[in-house]
Design a protein around this ligand. Sequence first.
Ligand SMILES: NC(=O)c1ccc[n+]([C@@H]2O[C@H](COP(=O)([O-])OP(=O)(O)OC[C@H]3O[C@@H](n4cnc5c(N)ncnc54)[C@H](O)[C@@H]3O)[C@@H](O)[C@H]2O)c1
Length: 323
Amino acid sequence: MILITGGAGYIGSHCTLDFIRNGYECAVFDNLSEGHKEALQTENFYNGDLSNIENIRNAFKKYPIKGVIHFAASCYVGVSVTDPQEYYYNNVVNTLNLLKVMLENNVKNIVFSSSCATYGNPVYTPIDESHPQAPINPYGKTKLMIENVLQDYDRAYGLKYMALRYFNAAGADSKANIGESHSPETHLIPLVLQTALGKRKSIKIFGNDYETPDGTCIRDYIHVNDLSKAHRLAFESLQNNAKSNFYNLGTGKGNSVKEIIETSEKITGKSINKKFEERREGDPPILVASNLKAKNELNWEPDFTEISDIIETAWQWEKNRRY
Ligand SMILES: NC(=O)c1ccc[n+]([C@@H]2O[C@H](COP(=O)([O-])OP(=O)(O)OC[C@H]3O[C@@H](n4cnc5c(N)ncnc54)[C@H](O)[C@@H]3O)[C@@H](O)[C@H]2O)c1
């Protein structure tokens, strides 16, 4: 059985679904601080907190865990700047708790949610895995710290890991009626679609004088089902004795904020109110992944390569959201 921490959250629930669709048994460990009961894809649910090592030990007693996919974390970049303590505790200390219990139980395979935030300001684009890692906020630093911990634990204890550095997760599973639901929401696509639905007055565009073709920031949006598939392939390669490794997960294509809004207007048939604001500190103009390493070594290929297809699935969710 595979333990999915954070499996009641956005990406974790989709990943659980992907593993189950592919014949795996899963258990979810989540404290529901940000996740949703309605998003759970299995009855094997342990309502626990990673800060409580006995909770983790009990989950390992309850379920015959053979590997771990670790999503649970605090994920707001801005809050990590104003309240770094929560981030270092939840993302670093609590992950150390998890690793400790894994070692106690001789479970030595983990897929870890890292982030493109570990790269910091890009020195070149597209960003490949050899790009320097110099995070510019505590959130990115916590992710890099765990990558470093994993390297040391591999060397010392033989713990095998795959660190997956995602770019911008987006979209929803079109059949399962699960989707993105953060509170507060900070991600562009749900914010734009909620504006189309009239739930928000306008969408803020931070900066329109960047050195990009239309002046707005460019990001690499990857469908959550493609992310999920990559986790399964990464886990399977660990099962097949691959060495520990790290991979970027993105489509390799960038879309600007304006393109996201215009595509959303076409899909929703509504005009979306925009408000231009000053640039935000720490927002690089372009963040696009090179995904060749994951393609070549994990045999991974994203199914969603057009931003319109990604937004369409997000729109279906947004119109009918259950949580
Ligand atoms: N969403 C993105 O675009 C993105 C990009 C890069 C990396 N990531 C990483 O992917 C992972 C999942 O992101 P998401 O968008 O699904 O976030 P999310 O908030 O929807 O999911 C995180 C889940 O972890 C749970 N959790 C948090 N702390 C916990 C704790 N101490 N004990 C037990 N459960 C706990 C929450 O309740 C939630 O269900 C995170 O590690 C995040 O840093 C996300």
